[in-house]
Every structure is written in C-alpha cells, then in structure tokens.
Design a protein around this ligand. Sequence first.
Ligand code: DLZ
Length: 162
Amino acid sequence: MATVNKNLSNYDFSLVPSARRMKFGVVVAEWNENITEGLFKGARDALLGCDCEESNIIRKNVPGSFELPLAAQFFFESTDVDAVICLGSVIQGETKHFDYVCQGTALGIKDVSLKYNKPVIFGVLTDNTMQQAIDRSGGKHGNKGTEAAISAIKMVNLSSKF
Ligand code: DLZ
C-alpha cells in the first residue's frame, strides 16, 4: 500500500474507459483545505481528461472527512450520479482523533457504497505529516484525487458489464 515510491498520477489516460456518459458527485472536505483543493483539481482534471462533461461533475463541500459518507448518501438519494468521489485529508495529531476520523470515514464510505450498490471512492489522504499530504495532492508523489477519479471511472464502467 505504500506510495513512497509510486506516483499516484501515473496513468495512461488512453487506457482508461471513456467517462463521456458518466455523472459524478465529488465531495470535498474543508479541513486541510490547501490539500483538498489540490485533490479536487486532480480529480476534476482526470475526469475532464477522460471526456466527462463539466456539467456532469457536481461538487459539494463538507466540514471534515468524517462527514464525507453522509454527503455521498445525500447524492444517491437526491441525484442520478453514477458514483461519488470522496476527497479528504486527515493528518496525524497528538491525540487519537486521527484514528476515529479515519476509521469512521473509511467504514462510512464502504457502507454507503454497499447500501446503494454504487461506487463511492475513498480519496482520503491519511498522513503523518503535512509534507506527506502535500507530496500526494499534486506534489512529488502525484495526486490521490487523480487516482480516485480514475477508480471511479473504472468502477462505473465495470458496473455496466454485469
Ligand atoms: C476534528 C478534526 C480533526 C482534529 N482533524 C481533521 C483532519 O485532519 N482532517 C479532516 O478532514 N477532519 C478533521 N477533523 C474534523 C472531522 O472530520 C469532523 O468534521 C468533525 O469531527 C465534526 O464531525
């Protein structure tokens, strides 16, 4: 799982399915905004690069990563999106808060995905330091937002094969 030697944005877009007829919800956490805006840029650029129409990318903000799963649920209850991409950045502090936020967010995202039978993508950085987050949100290790968008496209494409 380590990304230290991997650039998260090394994709040959020509090998990724077209997103021309796909519609995406993108939820962006406001905590560590300098990081999550980079993740959003990576995700948006990747979707557009795979021919998704701008009008089919619907962005909503939430206060922190812990709120990402509920916003994904709102998307499925109120819109016809094919997938939701959740973008957040949780950075280790001095208390156990990090563990609770990461666990709640990850399990919540998985629960919403299985409840609605639709892809909900875990585009959440869980880093020990701000520098690690910078490196993975458009820095030297690429952009997890890009990776999340590509995962979303691949999963929507896969769901059409069954
Ligand atoms: C409270 C909190 C803390 C300490 N750290 C982060 C963080 O690093 N990244 C993040 O996305 N959110 C953090 N939050 C906020 C929680 O996700 C959540 O918004 C609040 O606990 C309110 O439910």
